[in-house]
Design a binder for this molecule. Structure first.
Ligand code: HEM
Length: 459
């Protein structure tokens, strides 16, 4: 006998759609978990989704034989831009296999290490900016980390410079992407007819799609006009053949994946670095230990590729940041067959979508203990980290659809963190600030301002 899954009260016809916080949906889901426990079911018009937030349930759902990544909700809307690109491809789409086999070797740690000079180039621009703006400047670190990560992924993957540090406002790509992703999140809570009733929303959404497609197309066109030798991701996609089928990627698939990298490859790491600075400021002892490690390794010397493996405490700090603030807050799977979860307790029908609320899973007291909400990098040091149970820590996803960019993100974030900690210490610009979240496809701190104080200077 299975147990029914709790369903929060809802208004028939409007379903649960009207109850979800428009700007920060994760707030509503957290409130439902607080009320109903580790699992509940909701209806969004004609779609049903089951939400879970325990490490044990996450582990059961991390069985690639029984569950596959589900492209539902906002991901379906995002397909209007990137179609069968790596992140949004349905499981049976052949272009996913071709792109995955072609690109996976480029994300091995050794290959990512060769991107060190390009990553250093952009990180140096951030350091120079913060040095020149000085300690009195009210700095929005999230905006500058977005400049850093967007320019880094563009330079490393396409050898193309967006030069975001040389402009006051965001690069237009960032605005178009932000508006597009926000609208994707809203579209799933509106009936399809609203495209006709509110054409302005729809037209803006289409305009953003066109802008991003044109940018990617122009990068591709310029590469064809002026080929280069460097084995960046764009050249791999243009010139290499899939080892299994012998096929090249089509132009359409290249553009879908260029845009996928631009989006998936920067928002996430920018959020990681922003949350990390927030947690370091709130935990001065951790900041001190992290700075001590950087001083031991670097002293006043410039970071070198061989230093990357010498920062176990920074690595643990980044892992702990991703535990408390997973920048992709949910992942979705669907059952390949009728099955049960919760050790046979809950029935899951074939095709049923189950959303794993990673932010909840990562604070499961059954794994992390009573201090689960506290920021303690010590629990993420090598040795302890490898011994974590399956399902306890999944900020990069799991299985065949795990994040292809994990080594890239970890190297980029470690470099940036080491470089800023070598030069600065941080204070909140608003001393009473408590973390607020802004959400699109990813989550980031909102209204977060700091002072970056050059080390050794009295402020
Ligand atoms: C997939 C998180 C950085 C490219 C994913 C998934 C997660 C994730 C959770 C799986 C999503 C799902 O199951 O639906 C993160 C985090 C990052 C990060 C937290 C940084 C801290 C990057 C970077 C890149 C990247 C730097 C590119 C250079 C991708 C791609 C996929 C993916 C292409 C889709 C893989 C597939 O389905 O085959 N990422 N990511 N990510 N990520 Fe990342």
């Amino acid at each position: 006998m299975t147990t029914p899954i709790p369903v929060p009260p809802y208004v028939p016809l409007l379903t649960h759609a009207v109850q979800i916080d428009t700007d920060t949906p994760v707030k509503t889901f957290k409130a439902w978990f607080d009320t109903y426990g580790d699992i509940f079911k909701i209806y969004l018009f004609n779609k049903t989704s089951i939400w879970v937030s325990s490490a044990a349930l996450c582990a059961e759902l991390s069985n690639d034989q029984k569950f596959s990544k589900s492209i539902g909700g906002a991901l379906v809307e995002i397909r209007a831009l990137v179609d069968d690109g790596l992140f949004t491809a349905w499981k049976e789409e052949p272009n996913w296999g071709i792109a995955h086999r072609l690109l996976t070797p480029s994300f091995k740690m050794t290959e990512v290490k060769s991107m060190f000079p390009d990553m250093m180039d952009i990180a140096t621009q951030l350091i120079l900016k913060w040095e020149r703006f000085g300690p009195d400047y009210r700095l929005n670190p999230t905006e500058d980390f977005t400049r850093l990560t967007l320019d880094t992924i563009t330079l490393c993957s396409m050898s193309f410079r967006l030069n975001s540090f040389y402009r006051d406002d965001n690069h237009p790509f960032v605005q178009a992407m932000y508006d597009f992703l926000t609208e994707c999140g809203r579209r799933i809570r509106r009936p399809a007819i609203s495209d006709y009733v509110f054409p302005a929303n729809y037209n803006k959404w289409q305009g953003d799609i066109t802008y991003m497609n044109n940018l990617a197309q122009s990068i591709l066109d310029k590469r064809r006009q002026r080929p280069i030798d460097k084995q960046d991701l764009l050249n791999v996609m243009l010139n290499n053949k899939d080892p299994k089928t012998g096929k090249n990627m089509t132009d359409e698939s290249i553009i879908n994946n260029l845009i996928t990298f631009l989006i998936a490859g920067h928002e996430t790491t920018s959020g990681l670095l922003s949350f990390c600075v927030y947690y370091l400021i709130k935990n001065p002892e951790t900041m001190r230990k992290a700075q001590a490690e950087v001083d031991d390794v670097l002293s006043d010397q410039q970071l070198q590729p061989e230093d990357l493996s010498k920062f176990p405490y920074l690595t643990a700090t980044l892992r702990e940041t991703l535990r408390l603030g997973p920048t992709i807050a949910v992942r979705q799977v669907e059952a390949n067959e009728d099955t049960t979860i919760g050790n046979g307790k809950y029935f899951i029908k074939k095709g049923q979508r189950v959303v794993i609320h990673l932010a909840g899973v990562h604070r499961d007291k059954a794994v992390w203990g009573e201090d689960a909400d506290e920021f303690k990098p010590e629990r993420m040091l090598d040795g302890k980290f490898e011994a974590l149970p399956l399902g306890a820590w999944q900020p990069f996803g799991f299985g065949s659809r795990v994040c292809i960019g994990r080594p890239f993100a970890m190297q980029e974030a470690t470099m940036a963190l080491a470089m800023i900690l070598q030069k600065f210490t941080f204070e909140l610009a608003d001393p009473d600030y408590e973390l607020e979240i802004m959400q699109t496809l990813t989550v980031k701190p909102k209204n977060f301002f700091i002072h970056a104080i050059p080390r050794g200077e009295v402020y």
